[in-house]
Design a protein around this ligand. Structure first.
Ligand code: SAT
Ligand code: MN
Length: 589
């Protein structure tokens, strides 16, 4: 008898008409074979993968994308629910029938002359009841290899699926990588994504943002859990106690650096569990528990170096899991290594830029694309937590929210309680970065860092957060941070990176009740001298400025929040509305 999986493959074969079908088993032999294929196969006149210097970067390969295909395409990303209201003003919406008709038009026969890779995969550790079964088809060997790093691909997924028809279906083709024929269509009610015309991570590795956030957030809404754009990390104290945190930041705000941080304060250690996505469930003991559905890092290369993120550099040089991929970095011709801004202080003399041209250092342009990436297994990470594969996940004591803001938002503050925390997270704003195509540097509201990833109406999503809060007894503390505040001269006031641990330490002290707070207009602030600044040369005035609430800035902020809330009409929960009007009163607007 044919299983649902067989039927899906058959349906895909009939639609896509590939020359060959390859079903992935997830083995290392298979990876070696596919790497071999990628080193020969041409995409737009370029081979898909080039081997890098094996001594410097073992088991590593270079991929250059089409210049038009370097980031998520939010304007081409749709959530296709029965009604427009279900998708909400936070999503582009198309009628599901119309969307499918359009996509089938693109997909029909698109794999003629190509191989269809069938990727059975599990998001989450396969024995966990929180893990989910998925299948993606693709014609990109780069995507197939990337998926193998980012998720558990192969036999275990096929076994888990068995005769069941309950699995996520993803259909992907790079087509001819034409931005005019590019769409990423989500059908949350059918557990389906159709993605055409892009090979870029967030558009093409369907286990990532498409499934584990957009579709899963909708599943979580229906089933009583949360799928969030968050890191997961354990902070170990000198006494050996580990406290688990979640952290939500918009793309390219340093999430990956935070979760691989080497603390500046003696005796502490950070254990890494995830750098991008957390699935959060209410445990039997009425606490929140989080798992990372992914098994790899798809991290931004620029800014990553031995000074800023030594653990990631070690991860990239580890050869436990095969292979590691680099996409759209520059290449140092001298020794055939990937190069990007921030990996070394000096610029090598003989560089090829991310488009393969000889790099002109006087051009004023970076050599690596600002959104160039590495794709590497989490098992290569030396600080991987021993609890990473824990079937239940890890219990959460703190949730950190943060954005990239040159002004307004203080270095750190704490929300008074769960609902105030949900409010604080709902008003999160950040300057736009290179991870999504579009203009850089404008502030946009990005509640819970989920604006581009929430697969349903964000008003309903806020209700859902408040509801989850009602179901737990031991609430994690909720914090807001901003590492990016600048002074009058446009200089960052806080050094960031390693020193961020000083703030994490303050949070630990708050969680353990070792330090008090000063209550101010927007939340609870550190008491005088409660942030550990030992061995750190920062002036008292600078700290005051970092923690300052500027009333004029906040008046502007409140009107931006109101504008944002207004888009959701009466979908915004009354409780959040009340928080906003209280804030308005406090600032006299
Ligand atoms: O969406 S991606 O995963 O490609 C990158 C990001 O924005 O986090
Ligand atoms: Mn992300």
């Amino acid at each position: 008898m044919l299983t649902s999986l067989d039927l899906f493959v058959r349906e895909m074969r009939e639609l896509l008409i590939p020359d060959n079908i390859y079903i992935m088993d997830g083995s290392r032999d298979e990876a070696e074979k596919l790497v071999g294929v990628a080193q020969k196969s041409e995409v737009g006149g370029r081979v898909s993968l080039e081997k890098l210097n094996d001594e410097e970067y073992p088991n590593s390969y270079y991929h250059r994308s089409a210049p038009n295909d370097v980031a998520r395409a939010e304007h081409l990303t749709y959530v296709c629910t029965d009604s427009k209201e279900q998708a909400g003003p936070n999503n582009n919406w198309m009628d599901p029938q119309e969307a499918k008709k359009r996509m089938v038009g693109f997909f029909k026969g698109t794999m003629k002359g190509r191989t269809m890779y069938v990727i059975p995969f599990v998001m989450g550790t396969p024995k966990s009841k929180y893990a989910k079964n998925c299948v993606q088809v693709t014609d990109s060997v780069y995507v197939a290899l990337s998926m193998r790093i980012m998720s558990r691909v192969g036999k275990q997924a096929i076994e888990r699926i068995g005769n069941s028809s309950d699995f996520f279906r993803g259909v992907h083709s790079i087509g001819d990588v034409n931005p005019d024929k590019r769409f990423i269509m989500h059908f949350p009610q059918e557990n389906l994504v159709m993605s055409f015309g892009s090979g870029y991570g967030g558009n093409a590795l369907l286990g990532k943002k498409c499934y584990s956030l957009r579709i899963a957030s909708y599943l979580g809404y229906k089933e009583g859990w949360l799928a969030e754009h968050m890191i997961i990390m354990g902070v170990q104290s000198p006494e050996g106690k580990v406290t688990y945190f979640l952290g939500a930041f918009p793309s390219a705000c340093g999430k990956t650096n935070l979760t691989l941080l080497e603390p500046v304060l003696k005796g502490y250690k950070i254990w890494t569990l995830g750098d991008d996505i957390a699935w959060i469930n209410v445990g039997e003991d009425k606490q929140l528990y989080a798992i990372n559905p992914e098994s790899g890092f798809f991290g931004v290369a620029p800014g990553t170096g031995f000074n800023t993120n030594p653990v990631m550099m070690k991860t990239l040089k580890n050869d436990k899991f095969y292979p590691t991929l680099f996409t759209n970095t520059a290449i140092n011709n001298f020794n055939n290594t990937p190069w990007w801004e921030g990996v070394s202080d000096d610029i090598p003399t003989d560089l090829r830029d991310w488009q393969g041209q000889k790099y002109d250092r006087n051009s004023g342009k970076p050599a690596a694309h600002p959104n160039s990436r590495f794709t590497v297994s989490i098992y290569n990470c030396p600080t991987l937590s021993p609890e990473y594969d824990n079937l239940k996940g890890v219990p959460i004591s703190g949730i950190i929210f943060g954005g990239r803001r040159r002004d307004t938002i203080p270095l750190v503050y704490e929300a008074e309680d769960w609902n105030s925390g949900v409010f604080t997270a709902s008003i999160l704003g950040s300057e736009t970065t290179a991870a999504a195509s579009g203009q850089l540097g404008n502030v946009r509201r990005d509640p819970m860092a989920m604006l581009p990833f929430c697969g349903y109406n964000m008003g309903d999503y806020f209700h859902h957060w408040l509801d989850v809060g009602k179901r737990i007894e031991k609430h994690p503390k909720i914090f807001m941070v901003n590492w990016f505040r600048k002074d009058e001269n446009g200089k960052f006031m806080w050094p960031g990176f390693k020193d961020n641990f000083r703030i994490i330490k303050w949070m630990l002290d708050r969680i353990e009740g070792k330090t008090g707070f000063k209550k101010r207009e927007i939340g609870l602030f550190p008491e005088e001298n409660s942030i550990d600044l030992s061995g750190f040369d920062i002036k008292k005035e600078a700290m005051e400025k970092l923690l300052k609430i500027d009333r004029e800035d906040w008046k502007r902020e409140i009107s931006m929040i109101e504008e944002f809330y207004a888009r959701f009409g009466n979908k915004i929960p009354v409780d959040l509305r009340n928080h906003l009007s209280n804030l308005r009163k406090k600032f006299g607007v």
